[in-house]
Structures are given as C-alpha cells and as structure tokens.
Design a protein around this ligand. Sequence first.
Ligand SMILES: [Zn+2]
Length: 351
Amino acid sequence: MRVFLQTAARLAAACLAILAVSGGVTSRAGAEELAKDLFGSKRLPAALPAKSYGFYSKGCFAGGVAIAADGPTWQAMRLSRNRRWGHPTLIALIERLSREAVADGWPGLLVGDISQPRGGPMLTGHASHQIGLDADIWFNPMPDARLSAAERETVSAVSMIRKNGLLVDEKVWTPAHARLLKRAARYPQVERILVHPGIKKKLCDTVTGDRGWLNKVRPFWGHDYHFHIRIGCQPGSTGCKSQASTGTGTGCDKSLAWWFTEEPWRPNKNPDAPKARDLMKLSSLPKACSGVLAAPAPQSEAAVTYRGKAPPAAVASAPRPPQDAASVGIQANAYLPSADVVIPLPEARPE
Ligand SMILES: [Zn+2]
C-alpha cells in the first residue's frame, strides 16, 4: 500500500511538473494570465479557416496570413514586432492598394503594424488591430532602395503635422498623399480610414470633385505619421462585431470642429491608470479565442505568407482538433463604444 501511495504521489508530482512547464498551473489555479501575454507570444497563426472574433479592440482571429516583408510595390517595416498578419482579405487589399498607388504615381507603401499572428491585445501600442482587419500605412513614400532589416527597425516615420500645432505641415504634405488616401477610401471593403484631425481638415479644405470618400476618413488621435485602414467584418466571420456606421456626409462638419477645441487635447487626468490591454484576460475575449489560441500552427511562416492568393486551409503541422474555433460557442462580446461621447469614436482613446 505504501509503495502504491508513493507511486501515486510521484505520479501526481510529475503531472504537476508537466502542467507547470506548459503553463497550465498558473492559468488554472493562480491568477489568470493576461491575454496580451498569451497572444503576444504566438509566433504563427491558427491554422483554421479565416475568421475574426469579437471587436477591433477586443478579439482575436484565426487563419491569418502574413504580408511578405518585400513586394514589388511595398516594404514592411519593424519586422521584429511580428505584426505582419491579417485576414487574407486585408492582406490582399494592402497589396492591391500598393499596386494601384504606384499606378497613381506614389512610390510604394511602407507597411506598418497589422496584427499579431492570432490577433488579440498587444504587449505594446494599439488598442485595436486585434481581429486582423486593421492596418497602418506610413505616410513616408517608399524609398527607391530596399531597406535592410536593421533600417526597418530604425528609420523614422515622418509626421504630417506641424510641431506644436494641429495643422498639416506644408513642407511634407503633398497632393499625392491625398490621392493615396482617396484610393484607399474608395475600396468597398474599407469602412474607415483614421487620420490626424489636421489631415482630415486639409482634405476637407482642398478636395474638389468627388468628396464622397471623405465620409470614410475620420479624425483620431495619433495618425500623423501613418494612416490606419479598417475593413469591415468579412463573410463567414459570424462572431465578428461590426463597428458603428460613419453615416452619411463628408464629416467636414462640427464633428471635425470639435477636434480644434481644447477638449480632445486635455491632459490625461489619470496617466497611470492601467490600459485595457493590461487587464484583459483570455476570459474577457470571445470564447472562440481559446480555440484560436489552442489551434495548431501552420508548418512555417512561408506556408502562410500571402502570394496573391490565400494559402490552402490545410496547412497545419498537426492534425486538426475535433472542433475548430468556428464550432466553439461564440458570444457577442461586451464591448460597447462609450456612450458619453457625442463624436463617433471607433475605439478607446490611446495613451
Ligand atoms: Zn493603427
């Protein structure tokens, strides 16, 4: 009997050790791990059909593909961040924008952050970019030369806004920048483009002829060094929560005038308050995100790098689990835009 008990105790200890190594103990018994740590440590996407779950600022996605670090009409920046991942529709759209922008006379795109391989909250930066439908494009035109990996970490983005002001810096802003935004805004998949209010004002003041596309270009904090493209929830992503509509009209109205008052620029009263990403647990996200996190990875990054078409779905290195994320119960998440702000805001105010 004693031998049996000792054996049982050893077995239990061994199981605990295995759980501890796999991180099971901390997430089950102790404090639940932060979602940003879980999603921030994934190097490859979930090898499942492409689906977004939750909201732009509270969710995750499966079936991500990477934009290649280099293409004929783009270069991806800050490669070390591993944020070149998105829904295949978004990656296809960025590549298309790069080609058509070049046809318009723009030298090519510098592609900034898209999403982590499986989305989710990030360790640093961005409240949104969580469901593979957001991408940042730099306002710097692509240089003629291919940048080295080291240069892609250090080259600075250029602000389009004057120092200590809210207006566009005429030394750097060009009509070609406006053409690039117009090209992006006119794609039907694009629901919003976020820019600094000074850029929106510049467009409102100068765009002639077709002004309908200005509806999608919305002012937001930051976004003086880059613009942010957001596409809508894609077909098949039943767990994806749509954002509020931009309504009708150009937005060159009092909603823009508000940005030129003192109110949006008041110092943060509580700068040390934790950010949403510092609090979000896996249980804060849609249930399907557990399946996304647990899903097998593809064989390699190359296997899921977009090459003009999405890679086959069956690229997992391990057999699929019996249930994929789609069949795990999906709940609409609790995110609601704050109701106390009159101006339509697409996401929480970033730090
Ligand atoms: Zn962004």
